[in-house]
Design a protein around this ligand. Structure first.
Ligand SMILES: Nc1ncnc2c1ncn2[C@@H]1O[C@H](COP(=O)(O)OP(=O)(O)O)[C@@H](O)[C@H]1O
Ligand SMILES: O=C(O)C1=C[C@@H](OP(=O)(O)O)[C@@H](O)[C@H](O)C1
Ligand SMILES: [Mg+2]
Length: 499
């Protein structure tokens, strides 16, 4: 058969298609295989089964291996190595000194604190059936951090609890000492310390707590013990509309990082002094950002976690850690998670400076225009020549939403990203935003269809976007043409940032 060129290309496409289908299947199967191995080993350790068949989780192709070529053999050996690594991890986890039990909420920060200050590996046990019963019997633990949903259930397994625990009925730290188990509530200390740190008086203040069923009860106890005035609990499960009118302080205990679940809030004629965001899912929740932009003092609950875990490691290690020193180290960690986002007019230097900045700070760099192109297979400039700006912004926003989960990254946006307010919440989720300002006459307009038409076009665009840039921006840096210099300047400003 004599194929013409077009047919050959078709055939190549067909084979490429097949390959990518197989690749997807491989990834899925390998993932499933490793997870099954984990399930097996977890089961063995959890049930304290002594007789461990060491080979039971080895990749097993022995019958057929002879028929495979050396590449396959090498691949299988590699899989076996990885499988062993994972088995080892589970073994270490079950024999660790300190671990975290439950939902992930503030695990990352807690892990950092334990590993840094107690110098021991820290692990997490995910919620599952019979977990507490099995863990509590083990002899290796010194301390277990108890997260939701186990804070109350754990109490029945303990030998002794503090007075606060008896009142609050929640434990977030178990200390194992001389064969006995003691329950503490260090969240209480965390909240007290947070209030002190920001000079917040609760006496006679009217307080609104926004929570969901599973949220902590500790906060209610703190309010009672500090003689707060009227305390109202708003359960988000019941209503999504919140009136701040008669409250001085709001505690948010729920996670609403994404727009869909954010409550509607009426900020008009409010007496609100503080919004304290104890939710731990993101650094800047929508609620936090909106309150801040309405001139309300906002406080990030990260300090609550910080001081609660400080108290925990002090109990477990019988040592004291200096507040300032501790705060400095932990704040650095939190900052290392923050993204740096660049906004500004098209051609101002966001892409170039972002790349440089990422190198300086040794971080990953993401360019929104590039992400757009790889998502849709067409460059923004080509798209804008062929289709409307409106549909471009819709499509762009889908990509921006995906960036909301990033951490530790430098993100160069596109000039028009400020056109959609939703993008603000996505970008701010874990980020500090810098605006790059460059004189209009200096802006590059090459390959930027919306910038075509000379200086008038740019003046019009700037005037139309100016307020939006301001809304998005935390800090402004001027680009006079020294692109490298601007990158170093942002790096310096970020290092000095008081978070
Ligand atoms: N070091 C530099 N000195 C002067 N001009 C530069 C330098 N680096 C880039 N440029 C110019 O600036 C333009 C805009 O940069 P770019 O990073 O693409 O901006 P943005 O991403 O904000 O649109 C580039 O197309 C180039 O013409
Ligand atoms: O400002 C804008 O509306 C645009 C900016 C461009 O990105 P840069 O700001 O990186 O040039 C690109 O997304 C597109 O041409 C539209
Ligand atoms: Mg760019």
């Amino acid at each position: 058969m004599n194929l013409n060129n077009e047919d050959k290309l078709k055939k190549i496409e067909y084979i490429k298609d097949k390959i990518s289908t197989i690749d997807e299947q491989i990834v899925e199967l390998v993932d499933e295989r490793f997870n099954m191995g984990d399930v097996l080993f977890e089961y063995i350790y959890k049930n304290n089964i002594d007789l461990i068949d060491k080979e039971c989780n080895q990749i097993n192709f022995s019958e057929k291996t002879m028929e495979y070529d050396e590449y396959i053999t090498e691949f299988l050996d590699y899989l076996t190595d990885i499988s062993e690594k994972r088995n080892n991890y589970i073994l270490k986890k079950y024999n660790s000194k300190y671990a975290y039990v439950g939902e992930k909420s503030n695990y990352d920060l807690t892990k950092f604190i334990y590993e840094k200050f107690l110098d021991e590996k820290y692990y997490r046990f995910k919620p599952e059936e019979n977990l507490i019963e099995n863990l509590i019997k083990r002899k290796n633990f010194i301390g277990l951090n108890i997260a939701s949903p186990y804070k109350t259930e754990i109490i029945k397994y303990l030998d002794n609890v503090t007075d606060q625990v008896q009142e609050i009925k929640e434990v977030n730290l178990v200390q194992f000492y001389r064969n006995r188990k003691f329950g503490f509530n260090t969240e209480y200390f965390g909240i007290i310390k947070l209030l002190k740190r920001h000079d917040i008086e609760l006496k006679d203040k009217n307080v609104l707590i926004i929570k969901k069923d599973e949220s902590t009860k500790t906060i209610e106890y703190v309010l009672k013990s500090l003689n707060a005035g009227n305390v109202v609990i708003h359960n988000l499960n019941n209503s999504n509309i919140i009136n701040f009118k008669n409250f001085n302080i709001v505690f948010n205990l729920t996670k609403f990082s994404s727009l869909e679940v954010a409550p509607e809030i009426n900020y008009n004629d409010t007496n609100l002094d503080f919004l304290i965001d104890i939710s731990t899912s993101t650094i800047f929740s929508k609620l936090y950002l909106d309150a801040k932009n309405h001139g309300i003092k906002v406080i990030n609950g990260v300090y609550k976690t910080m001081y609660q875990e400080k108290k925990s490691i002090e109990i477990l290690s019988r040592r004291r850690f200096d507040d300032d020193e501790f705060e400095k180290i932990v704040t650095e960690f939190v900052k290392s998670k923050l993204n740096i986002v660049l906004v500004g007019m098209p051609g101002a230097g966001k892409t170039t400076i972002g790349k440089k900045l990422a190198k300086i700070l040794d971080r990953k760099h993401i360019d929104l225009d590039k992400e757009f192109a790889s998502e849709y297979g067409i460059s923004p400039s080509k798209y804008l020549l062929e289709r409307s700006e409106e549909s471009f912004r819709e499509k762009e926003s889908v990509v921006v939403k995906k960036l909301a989960n990033l951490t530790n990254t430098v993100i160069s946006t596109s000039g028009g990203v400020v056109q959609k307010l939703d993008n603000y919440y996505y970008l701010k989720t874990n980020s500090i935003i810098f605006r790059i300002d460059r004189d209009l006459e200096k802006l590059s307009t090459k390959n930027r269809p919306l910038s075509y038409g000379g200086i008038e076009t740019l003046i019009k665009m700037r005037d139309e976007r100016e307020e939006k840039y301001k809304y998005f921006t935390d800090f402004v840096v001027k680009n006079y043409g020294d692109f490298n210099g601007v990158a170093y300047l942002i790096a310096e400003q970020f290092k000095d940032l008081q978070f």
